[in-house]
Write a protein that binds this ligand. Sequence first.
Ligand SMILES: Nc1ncnc2c1ncn2[C@@H]1O[C@H](COP(=O)(O)OP(=O)(O)OP(=O)(O)O)[C@@H](O)[C@H]1O
Ligand SMILES: [Mg+2]
Length: 232
Amino acid sequence: MTYSNRIESDKSPIIKADNVRFGWSSEALLLDGCSLQVPSGEFWMLLGNNGSGKSTLLRLLAGLLIPDAGSIVMPYKTGFVFQNPDHQLVMPTVGADIAFGLVSENLSQVQVRQRVKEALDAVNLLDLERRPIHALSGGQKQRIAIAGAIARNCQAILFDEPTALLDPDTQLELVAQVKNLVENRGLTALWVTHRLEELDYCDGAFLLEGGKVVAQGDPQSLKEKLLATERS
Ligand SMILES: Nc1ncnc2c1ncn2[C@@H]1O[C@H](COP(=O)(O)OP(=O)(O)OP(=O)(O)O)[C@@H](O)[C@H]1O
Ligand SMILES: [Mg+2]
């Protein structure tokens, strides 16, 4: 079922899975014939029941897993933001953590500082550069993880339920900020969520069911369909 033809837009996809097949064991396939494309510069969400394979699909897109068949096309540097930021922020302070992500780029100290400052500015947390990670709120930690991807010049960012541990106000602040970053910086984002209210912020959405994307397009249509399913 396709809710709109947005996916047919002439913008080339930055995040693309084509007929992906994957199973954790040879007996049972989790994904089969799974395809999706996120057009460049857009913010899309991925929904599906617990255990439907959303996190697995994100790990395939990030290159952390290899599909058994089909292809993943991610032409640009890609960032990943996890549900629990404590699993990804590894250094003692904000500035050191973002700088740590730049180690492989062999930049000068001045360049590293510039990248760190610019990335913190992008998420409106410039004043937290020297703050210990443990002294941040959950929402601030997620914004630091996003700043890490921006500092690395990632064009695409994959988010795996980044608001699951946040209170409702912080949740909506974070999703609104990512919407702004996508619009203002030309990023492309794919965001996994169970929270239907977040669909108000995205350009399009996918529903994963039975190992493949079974619906895609207009987020409001998908929201109504899922609300109707919840009510029935
Ligand atoms: N490392 C692993 N080894 C074996 N099986 C796994 C592994 N990771 C996930 N699975 C299984 O794959 C299936 C899909 O898991 P996945 O985490 O991708 O689902 P999900 O849609 O993200 O679920 P949720 O909404 O609960 O986050 C589940 O049955 C899960 O138990
Ligand atoms: Mg998951």
